[in-house]
Design a protein around this ligand. Structure first.
Ligand code: PAF
Length: 281
């Protein structure tokens, strides 16, 4: 399908997923539908991006309802390979983006990003899309994929789409199903902490240490929350900043009970050099 579409000068869009689809995935597909035809979705729970003590074995799966959702969303084709097709027994070639892969998520989940960049590289090679769509909730993942595409001269554009949230602010994630009732309520603390920082930024505060203290105080007020990291970083390098002066992420990884959740607030000056910030929460 992709070869034929390329020959006909059509723009091919890819929405890579690990299934257990929710409205966040639907938003990637909706944007891809506005910009591309055909739109291809992939479902593949990639074993190489899970650590030995992570949730690969119990990762939520809903293949039948996923395929129905994709049909309803007007996806033209689904690529859902078996693990053995993607990783033959003697598979030994990986894509690794040095430096950024080791920070933040990478520090907490060694090997995770090597697995992500390797599978995304393979999906881009197999599907040959012009454009591939990723969610901003996984901000570091999206940045790594942009770097990989640039560094390896891949012929694909990376589109990063806004976070989709439940009405109470919890960012949608396939892993939210792990939360019990009490934990689900507690999990809104990530959004509340990001909102508290946004409020201080709106009032003119730009000192990263001060903002980080607000973030941690808010998170620590929730009994079920344990912070993995809560940092303010440059949006390109993901290195910590001391002042919010250019595009930055406020990044969170927090355990609620045994479930590890991530979330972020993306900030950028409204115009180059301006002190007025646009907030993407
Ligand atoms: O974000 C995800 O769902 C996965 O990391 C991805 C990009 C589909 C690669 O397995």
């Amino acid at each position: 399908m992709a070869r034929q579409a390329r020959e006909q000068n059509r723009i091919i869009g890819l929405a890579p997923t690990m299934g257990a689809l929710h409205e966040g995935h639907a938003s990637l597909i909706a944007r891809a539908k506005r910009e591309c035809s055909p739109v291809i979705a992939s479902i593949f729970v990639n074993p190489k991006q899970f650590g030995p003590n992570e949730d690969f074995a119990k990762y939520p799966s809903a293949f039948e309802s996923d395929t129905e959702k994709l049909k309803q969303a007007g996806v033209d084709a689904l690529f859902a390979p078996e693990a053995a097709e993607i990783y033959p027994r003697d598979f030994s070639t990986y894509v690794h983006v040095e430096g950024l892969s080791e920070r933040l998520e990478g520090r907490s989940r060694p090997g995770h990003f090597r697995g992500v960049t390797t599978i995304v590289m393979k999906l881009l090679q197999i599907v040959q899309p012009h454009r591939a769509y990723f969610g901003r909730k996984d901000a570091q993942q999206a940045r790594l994929i942009e770097l990989m595409v640039r560094d390896l001269n891949l012929d694909a554009e990376i589109a990063v789409c806004p976070i989709v949230r439940d009405p109470d602010g919890l960012a949608l994630s396939s892993r939210n199903v792990y939360l019990n009732g009490e934990e689900r309520k507690a999990a809104t603390v990530l959004f509340r902490a990001l909102q508290a920082v946004k409020k201080e930024l709106e009032a003119g505060s730009r000192d990263a240490l001060h903002l980080q203290a607000t973030l941690r105080r808010k998170l620590e007020s929730e009994r079920l929350a344990a912070i993995d990291y809560a940092e303010i970083v440059d949006a390109e390098s993901f290195e910590p900043v001391t002042r919010v002066a250019k595009a930055c992420y406020v990044l969170l990884a927090v355990f609620i009970g045994k479930t590890r959740l991530i979330d972020n607030l993306y900030l950028e000056p409204k115009s180059p050099g301006s002190d007025h910030l646009a907030f993407h929460l």
